[in-house]
Design a protein around this ligand. Sequence first.
Ligand code: NAP
Length: 287
Amino acid sequence: MITGTTQLLGVIGHPVTHSLSPVMHNAALQALGRDLVYLPLPVRPADLAIAVAGFGAIGLVGFNVTIPHKQAIMPLLTEISEVAQAVGAVNTVWQTEAGWHGTNTDVLGFLAPLQAMARAWAEAPAVVLGNGGAARAVVVGCAQLGCGAIQVVGRNPAKLTAFRESWAGFPPAKLVQVHDWAQLAQLLPTAALVVNTTPVGMHPHPDQMPLTVEQIAQLSPDCVVYDLIYTPRPTRLLQQAAAQGCPTLDGAEMLVQQGAAALELWLQQPVPVEVMRQALLNATTKP
Ligand code: NAP
């Protein structure tokens, strides 16, 4: 029940109507019996600074940040965590005495299901398909996992070069190599982990795949195939990889775990991850 003491959390973006975060966070807040509510907060790019100042004025506890504000928010914050600086984007913000503090929980979210697999990831070769925003969190995650090489495959040479150069001064710099799509034949047979960070195969195009059937056949049956897409679950890529024995992971757990990590920061207490997972799965399987 919303009362005179209810505090506010939310997600800023433009648009935010598609966000599944309100469903996950409100389910957890209700389960915990906390007097907080999490709302979608649509903010136009031109209004970002004034919106953040307003959040301070009304004592908003914290907020998630989604497209297009993940980079633009950074100059408005007092402190930015090392991980968010490495990724180059902030997805979680909270208020401190000193001002707004920002971090990026996508890396934790990406890593959680890999760490739960209890594999030895040290020196493992990783292949990352795509070089956009999510690929940045994946690269930082692969470096934290201990991967020996991170082979990033993209379709735009200028963006690939900029992507490689952007790691200067950060831990992944020594590990990241960039390649065009034609070089996959050399990279796939030895990969221990392949991560799809492109939207290829996402609803409403579930018949598409970022790899061909022949390319998937090149993977070792030990190779973990991880698709960040969470609609549909599983994607055609994951179905095809599973059919030849590869362990697979979809993007739903990353979404749940990045949300749980954010909520823990705001509430400063353990959060009911299973409640968040169920709320998300119910929302994504609705017709
Ligand atoms: P983004 O910044 O737009 O990056 C997309 C990347 O995919 C770019 O490198 C783009 O290449 C490439 N790409 C797009 N279409 C392609 C195609 N047909 N063939 C080859 N490459 C293509 O998007 P993002 O924010 O990184 O998100 C990417 C995906 O990750 C989305 O499906 C999103 O839902 C998912 N995601 C999931 C989670 C989660 O928690 N599970 C979190 C974040 C993102 P160009 O730059 O050349 O266009």
